[in-house]
Design a protein around this ligand. Structure first.
Ligand code: AMP
Ligand code: GLY
Length: 423
């Protein structure tokens, strides 16, 4: 069969790699991919947001299954459009995508369905945000407050402000970003304290299967300092959540989310990603994402034993309860290598050295996020996050050790990474 993967980052590289392992797959296309992806898939020069272009390509090339990696095409309604034309596609519908594409929609949805989340208020202007900060976050002015832009901002629309004055500064900053589209509304939230876990699941709308829990390291700096990024590294480790916590999450979060979505007429099928905070007052949802995470996908898919095509077919035919999804035991880790000046103004075009030194095995993958080739055939940086060194191993420590060994052999001018992934 022929597969089309939509997107161009490390997540999509991992997806192409996983589809490539399926006996059922003859050919993979990726729109529009990156240099690394061209090893597994034929790159198609159509941007992920060009829904009509992707639709035409899919019909002309008789694609059997399309898998959407990134959030923007989902928010634009790619799934609804493909389904209207009878095409098989995995991803959330336009209506369901609002859980991610509008943080205010997601927060109000959680409130309607009693799903535990941080206390919040929504402001429609900078002035209103300032008033809310005075009226709804009274008391100690030195308490942290989280300020979020409403719309999609590639993981950069959230500022954890250390106090009320900084929160006001953050409001002004977010009001400026992304041509103002992302920031029409601003969400002000109580700052939750605890450990974060990303929990992703496959769902056909009714049934769901959890993936191994992961942790993402979102800040640019070691010790969780500096700006939020798309993610600087991840690991999976079953010890991140106890059996009892998993049961609680299913009961208090997953089930009400799927039931709530169905009751509001947007049954949720595809991949649901819960950003969770384990607080002393219980487990709370930080955010919903309606797709695989990046770089969560890299560490999850290297542990997937079941054929990804079979899972997609089961989601499509709403028979997820009939398939047994299996995972490799142990752990996995991904260390992101990012460009100079990421996340602000990443420098592209730097020659990457050391990439040819490793034989790829099932346990070691270097997934490309933002790479390209120059006219002389050198592999060069072409984005903020550039590579994700991903290792699967029997335990977390050995996965990390191996990943950092590989990292030490790769370099380019200004390459940056965190040395404390998994710590
Ligand atoms: P989000 O895009 O909503 O997941 O936010 C990005 C990151 O900001 C999260 O992974 C957390 O590290 C942090 N964050 C978001 N909301 C909160 C909150 N209410 N309290 C503490 N940290 C938060
Ligand atoms: N790594 C976080 C995300 O994909 O949203």
């Amino acid at each position: 069969m022929k597969i089309l993967v939509v997107g161009s980052g490390g997540r999509e590289h991992a997806l192409c790699w996983a589809f490539g392992k399926s006996q059922k797959v003859d050919k993979i296309f990726c729109a529009n991919g990156n240099h690394g992806i061209s090893e597994q898939a034929e790159r198609v020069d159509i941007l992920p947001n060009d829904i009509q272009g992707l639709l035409n390509f899919t019909v002309q090339n008789k694609i059997d299954l399309t898998f959407v990696g990134s959030e923007n095409p989902l928010a634009l309604g790619i799934v609804d459009e493909f389904e209207k034309h009878g095409l098989k596609i995995i991803g959330a519908s336009k209506a369901a995508s609002q859980l991610e594409s509008s943080k205010s929609f997601g927060k109000d949805f959680m409130a309607r369905h009693n799903i535990p989340t941080a206390r919040y208020k929504i402001a429609n202007s900078v002035k209103e945000a300032s008033e809310i900060l005075e009226s709804d976050f009274p008391g100690d002015k030195s308490l942290p407050i989280v300020v979020k832009a409403d719309g999609l901002a590639a993981g950069k629309g959230v500022i954890v402000a250390v106090n009320r004055a900084e929160a006001m500064k953050a409001v002004n900053e977010l009001a400026q970003i992304a041509g103002k589209v992302a920031a029409q509304k601003i969400i002000l939230e109580e700052c939750l304290i605890g450990k974060e876990v990303s929990l992703l699941l496959f769902t056909d709308g009714k049934n769901f299967v959890l993936m191994p829990p992961c942790r993402d390291h979102k800040r640019i700096g070691e010790g969780d300092t500096g700006a939020n990024t798309g993610g600087m590294g991840t690991f999976t480790d079953n010890k991140l959540l106890s059996e009892q916590q998993i049961k609680q999450i299913c009961r208090e979060i997953v089930e009400p989310t799927l039931k709530g979505a169905a009751a509001e007429n947007f049954p949720f099928a595809g991949i649901l990603f819960l950003g969770l905070m384990l607080t002393i007052d219980g487990i709370k949802v930080l955010e919903y994402n309606v797709r695989f995470g990046d770089p969560e996908t890299q560490v999850i898919l290297v542990r997937l034993k079941t054929d990804l095509v079979d899972i997609c077919e089961a989601i499509d035919s709403q028979t997820l309860s009939q398939i047994n999804i299996e995972w490799e035991a142990g752990s996995s880790a991904c260390v992101i290598l990012a460009a100079k000046n990421y996340p602000q103004t990443p420098v592209t075009g730097s020659i990457i050295y050391g990439l040819d030194e490793f034989a790829k095995t099932d346990d070691l993958n270097i997934f490309h996020s933002g790479t390209s080739k120059d006219s002389k055939g050198n592999v060069i940086t072409a984005g903020g996050r550039v590579l994700g060194v991903t290792v699967k191993s029997g335990d977390l420590d050995s996965a990390l050790e191996k990943a950092y060994q590989i990292v030490s052999k790769i370099n380019w001018n200004g390459m940056r990474f965190r040395r404390d992934i998994g710590k």
